[in-house]
Structure formats: C-alpha cells, structure tokens
Design a protein around this ligand. Structure first.
Ligand SMILES: NC(=O)c1ccc[n+]([C@@H]2O[C@H](COP(=O)([O-])OP(=O)(O)OC[C@H]3O[C@@H](n4cnc5c(N)ncnc54)[C@H](O)[C@@H]3O)[C@@H](O)[C@H]2O)c1
Ligand SMILES: [Zn+2]
Length: 353
C-alpha cells in the first residue's frame, strides 16, 4: 500500500492507495479516524452503488459502524442543490452527530457533493473519500474543493472542506468506460507536464496506471494545494489546459469529454507558447505522443471565434485580463497574465500559420 500524506496542520490526512483496498475500507476508517465515528452515511450514485455499494457497506459493518446509504442518479445534473438537500435530510433523519462521518463512494461528482454536505451538516462533520474513477483518485479527492452546480454555472456553490481520509482502490477503475479512464489520464499527464518529467514520460507507454504512478500524480497535486489551499496563487497552475478546455467543452455542448477537452487545451496553449518562444521545442511532440498513448484526441475542432464565444462567462468573471498557464519545459510551467484580447489575437495567429 502507498500512502501520500497531505499536511494541512490539524486538518491533515492520508491518501491510501492499493489494489483491493475497498474491502478494507471499514477497517481502515476504524483504525484511522480518531475518535472513531459511530455512524457512517455512505453516498454513491446508482451506477457505483450497484457495482461497489455492497462491498463498501459490508466492510463498514464488519468494522462495527452503523451504516446507511443515500443514492442518486449518475451524471453532472445530479451535482445539484437538490441532491445536497437530499443528503442533508437523510443525515438529519439518521441523526448523524458531530462525531459521525460521510463516505463518498464514487467519482468526482459524488465526492464534490458529499464533501459539501459534510461541510454543511451540523456546520461541518468529517468525510472520507473513496474515489472510484481515476479522475477522482488523482484530482478531485485531494485538495478540499467541494460543491455543486447552479443553474447559473458549474461549481458556483461550495466550500473548502478537507476529507479526513482518502481510500483509493485502483481495482475499481477496471469497470470504467475507456473515456472515463482517459479523463483521469489527461489530469495525470497534466500533473507530469506541470511538475514531473518522469511521470510525464511514464505515460508515453499507455495502459493502466500502476499504484506508484497514481501515487506520484496525487503527490503533484498535494504539493500545490498544501501551499495554496484557497486557490489564489500556485494552485492556479492546475488550470493548465483548462481555460481553453472548458471553452471546448462548452462549445461542443459537452459532447467532448473533460479529459479530451483538457488535452486539446494543453495542445493549443503549447502551440501558442512555442510560437511566442516561451516554450522548448521538445514539449509539443512529447505532449502529442503522450495524448495519443492515452487514447486522447489532440486537435481542437473549433476555431478561435467559437472558443471565445464560449469563454464569454470567464471574461465576465476575469475582467480585461486573464491568467493562463504556459508550459516552458516538460515538468515546468508558469502563470502569465495577459489581456483577454491578446490571448484572442495570439490564437487567431495560430490559425493563420
Ligand atoms: N473537487 C475538485 O477539486 C475537482 C477536481 C476535478 C473535477 N472535479 C469535478 O469532478 C466531476 C467529474 O468527476 P468524474 O470524472 O469522476 O465523474 P463522475 O463522478 O460523473 O463519474 C463518471 C461516471 O463514471 C461512473 N463511475 C464511477 N466510478 C465507476 C467505476 N468504478 N466503474 C464504472 N463506472 C463508474 C459514474 O457513475 C459516472 O457515470 C465534475 O463535476 C468536476 O467538476 C472536482
Ligand atoms: Zn480537470
């Protein structure tokens, strides 16, 4: 078993990673949550509950927890105030006390809404993340960003609320659709391009990630979030490929998956950086090779006009300047603030080459 410690002072926690760990979830929670909660409310979407709910419940009961479960449909539309309310009503009806605990069994959607519910129930109780997607394992389970979507936009309501333990069983990733697995590969490739050339190189081989590679990807995220919990500085590096990636997702009306869009976003920003002389010539071919090995597309199907129309919301929020993340070398990227209009004309230049 690999352990990645996330030092947030007295809110610090461990991420435990190993094949088959789900069966030990109860024992691990009993051993590591002090004081031991009496009750545990398991939260999952229908898909994940059908696959892994029984194993999780059995494991918690065997470790002496009183367990109940709340479930809801899979999909982004369920990351809502309505689901939050449902979880909170369930927790209140089950009389979960201040010393009790939620457990989020699932992908990033379940993790985000469960974490927010944990931050709200009795003004904050503990929660455990049990990520069952690669994306949740290497990205959303660590760092404490929780929340739900509003009609006005994604992730517009939420809280910073750190989990008390993360239990990651990569064996659960075997049942993911390839596209879902690729979403996590895109974030891992991003971590490599940002911080670790060896991690980046290891992804050029393709295939399922080892426990060690998952742990290394989590360490990359850990290292930035522990020094910038509230996302005002270095943590913004994690937006690599995301400003344009979000625009690509929106322009496609979400037909293009997040990981694919982030991959295309990283390619666009790398091309732009190369054209400006900000980035070494070795980065783009390596990025294209890595994306291909991960089964991710490389070319954005939208012209700058469509992308910028899709970025109107970001522009309203960011004002006249935008901070972009620019690759310099493999394993090293920088934040650059520039006028929104400059980014637009730089991208238009790329199209005209
Ligand atoms: N909090 C953060 O820091 C953070 C970071 C990145 C993304 N996110 C959020 O995470 C969400 C995306 O997370 P996601 O990609 O994990 O999506 P998800 O939670 O929707 O899971 C993807 C799909 O896979 C299914 N699934 C999950 N585990 C499975 C398994 N083991 N086998 C088979 N099917 C399984 C789910 O039912 C769902 O249909 C977005 O809402 C995003 O905003 C949050
Ligand atoms: Zn992402």
């Amino acid at each position: 078993m690999r352990t990645v410690s996330v030092p947030f002072g007295d809110r610090g926690y461990d991420v435990l990673i190993d094949e088959g760990l789900l069966a030990q979830a109860g024992a691990l929670c009993a051993a590591r949550l002090a004081p031991k909660p009496e009750k545990l409310l398991l939260v999952a979407d229908y898909t994940v509950f059908a696959l892994y709910g029984a194993a999780a419940v059995d494991s918690f009961r065997a470790a002496g927890f009183w367990v109940d479960a709340v479930t809801f449909p899979a999909g982004e539309h369920a990351k809502s105030i309505a689901t939050l309310e449902r979880i909170l009503e369930h927790a209140a009806a089950a009389e979960l006390g201040g010393g009790d605990c939620f457990a989020a069994l699932g992908g990033g959607i379940v993790g985000d809404v469960t974490g927010f519910a944990a931050a709200c129930h009795r003004r904050g109780i503990r929660f455990v993340q049990i990520p069952t997607t690669l994306l949740a394992a290497v990205d959303s389970s660590v760092g404490g960003k929780t929340g739900v979507n509003l009609a006005a936009g994604k992730n517009l309501a939420g809280a910073f609320w750190q989990p008390s333990l993360v239990i990651c069983d990569p064996a659960t990733h075997q049942t993911l659709f390839p596209e879902e697995y690729a979403n996590g590969l895109a974030e891992t490739l991003k971590h490599g391009l940002l911080f670790d050339a060896a991690l980046f190189a290891s992804l050029q081989r393709g295939g399922r990630l080892s426990v060690d590679t998952i742990a290394r990807s989590i360490e990359c995220k850990r290292d930035v979030v522990v020094c910038d919990e509230r996302d005002t500085g270095k943590r913004r590096l994690l937006n690599l490929g995301h400003t344009l990636g979000h625009a690509i997702e929106r322009a496609s009306d979400y037909a293009i998956a997040h990981g694919a869009a982030v991959g295309m976003g990283m390619v666009l920003i790398t091309r732009l950086a190369q054209a400006r002389g900000w980035c070494g010539a070795e980065v783009l071919p390596a990025l294209l090779g890595g994306l291909e090995a991960c089964g991710l597309p490389t070319e954005c199907p939208f012209a700058p006009g469509a992308l910028f129309a899709a970025m109107a919301q970001d522009k309203k929020r960011a004002g006249s300047d935008i901070t972009i993340v620019v690759p310099e070398r493999i394993g090293q990227c920088a934040l650059r603030k520039l006028p929104f209009e400059s980014l637009k004309s730089m991208l238009e230049d790329l199209w005209n080459i």
